[in-house]
Design a protein around this ligand. Structure first.
Ligand code: FE2
Length: 374
């Protein structure tokens, strides 16, 4: 199993990065692992800085790119307002609450979030989170690029006491829509996933229920996908794929955080040329993992409902290679037979039949039936 980058650096006797030193100084649990099976049950600790229970995740594959951390809000409680000079992607894994966002003395914008909501707070906007229920903790996964940013500007106060705010992000002419539901825009370039629609907005109320998906024709399994981004420009995608199927293996740069809104299954990850070094990640709702740099990864649905995974993206293409998709993806006809065998064995444990057509293993031009096809 791959060590996290931090563990590798420590093994070489290297000094901790500025980000690593900062998280160690916060006095809350740091979960260093390949994956987290359930964000709702991991240990948290009191974070004086934010006045809440929290923990950092340092997962293999995050590299020095993406921070991920979990915060909790006690029943009925409100956290003090705070801000960070980087965009925060927030995904609710449990509970229900309110978020108020503003800059200086400009109007406050408020919205209600719930389990499976995804929302984005633009850089240096002040935001305050509260729990609107009296009987259940709120848990949020937050992602930002603080580790990457601190490689260049290592002084934490630059991020937490930065007065500059681009007020056009939330206070433009159409400000009433700042946190209304995302809107669809058409792109000229359909991107690697081959979808034209891009959903733009800072609030996605329910990723478990989101059904505005398009066929994802380039990775098999009859899956579908939505590409999204915030008003600032950060984004990601969510893929959904049917019961009894699995997708093709592929690889790319590090730092994309994957969290599961719904479904049960597993993923297999291995380094290029390291077919015998496969790491198996079992997942269900609220699991999280990050495919390491250029490791192949392949997702398998062994549950009784279509599986969904939400991918919170690494920045741009700067960490990717210029290889074509075909060079970074393994067709079913080319894959290690052990892959299919393992999948069928896992399905058998759940008394579920494979829905992978036998022909996909012999016909490289097999035509899956996708959403929207007749
Ligand atoms: Fe991927």
């Amino acid at each position: 199993m791959a060590a996290t980058r931090t563990e590798q650096a420590a093994g070489r006797g290297e000094a901790a990065s500025a980000y690593e030193s900062w998280i160690q100084a916060q006095g809350i649990p740091i979960h260093r692992a390949f994956f987290i099976e359930d964000l709702r049950t991991i240990e948290l600790g009191w974070w004086e800085f934010r006045q809440c229970q929290a923990a950092f995740l340092v997962l293999a594959g995050q590299e020095d790119i993406q921070e991920s951390r979990v915060t909790a809000i006690a029943p009925g409680a409100a956290l003090p307002p705070w801000k960070i000079a980087l965009e925060e992607m927030c995904y609710c894994v449990q509970g229900q609450g309110m978020c108020t966002v503003w800059s200086g003395d400009m109007p406050r914008k408020q919205f209600e979030f719930q389990k499976h909501s995804l929302f984005m707070i633009p850089p240096s906007y002040t935001y305050q989170l509260s729990n609107s229920r009296g009987d259940q903790e709120v848990r949020l996964l937050h992602c930002n690029y603080l580790p990457l940013a601190m490689l260049i500007m290592p002084i934490p106060d630059f991020y937490f006491n930065n007065e500059f705010v681009d007020t056009s992000i939330l206070y433009a002419e159409d400000e009433s829509e700042a946190f209304s539901e995302a809107k669809q825009v058409e792109r000229d370039n359909p991107g690697e996933r081959g979808v034209r629609a891009l959903w733009v907005g800072n609030f996605f109320p329910d990723m478990k229920a989101w059904d505005k998906l398009e066929a994802h024709r380039r990775r098999g399994a009859g899956g579908s996908v939505v590409d999204f981004r915030s008003r600032t420009g950060r984004g990601g995608h969510m893929s959904v794929f049917p019961v009894g199927t699995y997708k093709m293996a592929h690889r790319h740069g590090p730092g994309t955080v994957i969290v599961i809104p719904e479904g049960d299954g597993f993923s297999v990850l291995w380094p290029p040329g390291g077919d015998k070094e496969k790491t198996y990640v079992p997942w269900g709702e609220a699991s999280v993992f990050v495919p390491p740099n250029q490791w192949f990864h392949q997702h398998f649905n062994t549950g009784s409902v279509p599986a969904r995974y939400l991918a919170i993206a690494r920045p741009g293409r700067v960490f990717d290679t210029d290889e074509s998709l075909n060079d970074r993806q393994i067709a079913y006809t080319e894959e290690d037979p052990e892959i299919r065998q393992r999948f069928e064995n896992e399905l058998a444990k759940h008394s579920i039949q494979t829905r992978m057509p036998a022909e996909v293993y012999t016909n490289p031009n097999y035509q899956w039936k996708y959403r929207g096809d007749d």
